[in-house]
Write a protein that binds this ligand. Structure first.
Ligand code: FES
Ligand code: FES
Length: 161
């Protein structure tokens, strides 16, 4: 990004290219998604990197969107909860959260689902203890943790079939 286009950001979100102008360089990826692109499925919990409610995939790796400056996403690919399903077919993790009641109020759920989808790809689902450890960055105020672990375990089984 040079001096002349420092306020222009190009990135791909859920398979769609975006060019955003007049971008304040202090804007986080989370605020860009929610306020400029109106993708409000990604939640703002702490806005401080501690709760995981804002988890998205950046170039296929999970990140806390509140801790990423939007300008650092130039040319990169973002997937949010809105882009996880394949058309009308839910992602196996989404289906497993429904099947196993992996939520109560649902506020943390988009982040939990995005984290779990990446965790399965990373291969960290060898045991319930491993799932708990690698999901530990995603907090749930409703304490639905047992059902979340069940859902992740079930989804991991489906993905690997
Ligand atoms: Fe980003 Fe809590 S809102 S970690
Ligand atoms: Fe309510 Fe997790 S389901 S915060």
């Amino acid at each position: 990004m040079d001096f002349h286009d420092r306020h222009l950001l190009r990135l791909r979100v859920n398979g769609e290219d975006h060019s955003l102008s007049d971008l304040d360089p202090r804007v986080t990826l989370l605020d860009l998604l929610r306020e400029r692109l109106h993708l409000t499925g990604t939640k703002k919990g702490c806005n401080f990197g501690e709760c995981g409610a804002c988890t998205v995939h950046l170039d296929e790796r999970r990140v806390n969107a509140c801790m990423i400056l939007a300008v650092s996403c130039e040319g990169r690919e973002v997937t949010t909860i809105e882009g996880l399903a394949n058309g009308d077919a839910l992602h196996p993790v989404q289906q497993a959260f429904i099947d196993h009641d992996g939520f109560q109020c649902g506020f943390c759920t988009p982040g939990q689902v995005m984290s779990a989808a990446a965790l399965i790809e990373e291969g960290h689902t060898g045991s319930d203890a491993e799932i708990r450890e690698w999901m530990s960055g995603n907090l749930c105020r409703c304490s639905a943790y047992p059902q979340i672990v069940e859902a992740v375990r079930a989804a991991a089984g489906r993905v690997s079939q």
